[in-house]
Write a protein that binds this ligand. Structure first.
Ligand code: ZN
Length: 215
């Protein structure tokens, strides 16, 4: 199935989970490799809530300034304003303050791999205590095939896990991410997060990631 077909199916499934006060709110983790359409799914799912007259709040990591501060943008052109979080943001307090002022029906978090372990617990308390569903979207692993801390905690705590799929050049599911330098060479060393660098990322299947084969 094409990546776009996958995106629409996930967006439609997310639509089935409007929360009311009577039901349990859940913590969701939608994970993928790079360029799978995470932000597209997020923005479509948020739109689905708003179309039904429900209020949403979007958050994204301060570390990601690709689209300018406080914007979630997808590669196919959709974008929306978002609150910014950094590692010091108390997300339970932030969302709690907003929810006190007016009803809040769902929270969407992009770049969720950058959440700290403590922040994932804060989001779990938003679902359990404030009864507001929280939909997190993020990368599962970094360019060295290691879990991001936020993703590791979400994999451990989330009520619902869903993979947003994309494909390797060979046609198999791409589960891994490679980091390339400006000349297109695969980088094997470096920090987990690079800010403002010239690196680019490509998603590969495990076999081609391990073999370092880009095509
Ligand atoms: Zn492959």
């Amino acid at each position: 199935m094409s990546s776009l077909g996958e995106i629409w199916i996930i967006a439609l499934r997310l639509r089935r989970f409007p929360n009311t006060k009577k039901t349990m709110a859940k913590l969701y983790f939608n994970y993928s490799s790079m360029n799978a359409g995470k932000s597209t799914v997020l923005l479509q799912a948020a739109y689905n809530y708003e179309e039904r007259g429900m209020t949403t709040r979007l958050l994204t990591a301060a570390i990601d300034d690709r689209a300018g501060e406080g914007v979630i943008a997808s590669r196919i052109g959709l974008k929306a304003q978002a609150d910014i979080f950094c590692s010091r943001t108390d997300l339970h307090a932030h969302i709690g303050t907003i929810a006190k002022q007016s009803p809040l029906h769902a929270v969407f978090v992009d770049e969720a791999q950058f959440l700290t372990e403590e922040q994932v617990w804060q989001l779990a308390r938003v679902a359990d205590g404030l009864k507001i569903p929280v939909m997190c979207f993020g990368l599962r692993t970094d360019f060295q095939g290691k879990l991001f801390p936020g993703s590791a905690t979400l994999l451990a705590l989330a009520d619902s896990l869903r993979e947003i799929k994309t494909i390797c050049w060979c046609g198999k599911k791409a589960t891994m991410v490679a980091r390339l330098d400006s000349q297109g060479n695969i980088l094997e060393e470096g920090d987990q997060v690079v800010i403002g660098g010239e690196e680019t990322y490509v998603s590969l299947c495990r076999k081609h990631w391990a073999a370092r084969e880009l095509e």
